[in-house]
Design a protein around this ligand. Sequence first.
Ligand code: ARG
Length: 493
Amino acid sequence: MRHDQIREGRLSGDRSTQIAHYLSSMEADHKIASADLFVDMAHLAMLSRQELIGDDHAKLLAAALLRMYTDGIPKEAFDERFEDIHAGIEGELIAEVGKEAGGRLHLARSRNDEVATCLRIRVREDILRILTSLSSLRGVLIHLAEEHSGTVMPGFTHLQHAQPTTLAHHLLAYEEAFSRDAERLSDAYRRVNRSPLGAAAFASTGFPIDRDLTKKLLGFDELSGNSMDAVSGRDFALETLSALTVMMTAVSRFCEELILWSSAFVRFVDLDDMYCSTSSIMPQKKNPDCAEIMRGHAGTVAGAFQAAVICVKGLPMSYNRDLQTLTPHLWNGISHASASIEILSGMIQTALFNRERMLEESDKGFSTATELADTLVREYGLPFRTAHNIVGRAVRSGEITLATVEEAGHEMAGISLLEKGLTEERIRRALDPSEVVAAKNVPGGPAEGVIRDAIRLRSRVLADDNEMIIMRERTIKMAEEELVSMMRRMAGE
Ligand code: ARG
């Protein structure tokens, strides 16, 4: 059984299992174990280049790190008697190559800069993965919008039928929201991808290390400068969780609509069975469980963000162990947000939208009345408020016909619209939901032509975003490959 090599000098006695478990971050550290290997490799390469470690020792360490890289980190390294994976891997290295070589790797660094570096490596990967999923979701929405540019449906305000629109318009509303979420995450990435390595405990080190070299070897774009800030700052985590929290509000609203739309009252959508469950007692039930769980997890992610904010807000400079308690919230928020986006894509892609039901509802509740008021303005020169009052009064009578509109004209404005040339046929056309939609052809509106423009624009934005993701992935991958081949050379392989 390995022991905790860090405790040996200063402290007496072994910890009880309970205390060891209480203190250890091992459970959450599974996420950063592979990142820690890269950090070890980069640090070793730098120590060697700076002649802070001899070639023989470096060779042994490089070979041991490569073994863990190819065969996996031995499970002993994950024993909770180690406070964390950093201590676990160091323990493993010492056990493998002896203290004379293994005890030399932790020169000029601390677990404080080590953990901050590992977290940033994982978070940047997670951000890129979520951005990729967001891109597929946006692609699905754009594709469906193409298919449904003529699918007329009711639009709502206050959840009351308001004005007709199209399904394409509705779906593109979500696409635009998700594209801003991608913008936020992509912007956060710039501040995530900075290297804290070399800050050591907080005060940096008296050894002539090369921070720029480890930065480059680990694929970071910049240094996180001030060494005190580098180990104590977790705003990169807060920023990521906050962007995910905002993203999950859009996810949750979409889910809310899918739940509503799949109810027997509405029947706008039929979700694929894959995303639904049934009841243990009511054999007829088909429940939209995925959408409900997802709506619930918008709360999980917001909760993770809040827990992280509260963890940080009262901490004095610089590193405090409390920061360890933030990490599980970070992983929790990320994993729920990431799974939600992936599943949402599939759920939308496989959903069957009911065009007939949507059309049927599209003029319910006098939802085309605004267009009639607009027509009275356009064709008979009435002030909008007068037209609004006349149509409102006709609605109050229970139906919009030439007779009720004419009577309302007399009542509200003392005019005869009949005399001005209003006909039953003109009213009927103004109230036709397809005509209403076709009239809304300003940029951002639902008319088919502008929707086609929007689809072109959104596809272009999406393609640019995808290019950025690929570029960042490539930078990381190239740095990793370079680092590993450097280790191979060092190990004499
Ligand atoms: N496991 C710690 C964390 O997650 C990093 C180690 C710092 N430990 C220390 N005693 N300074 O934050």
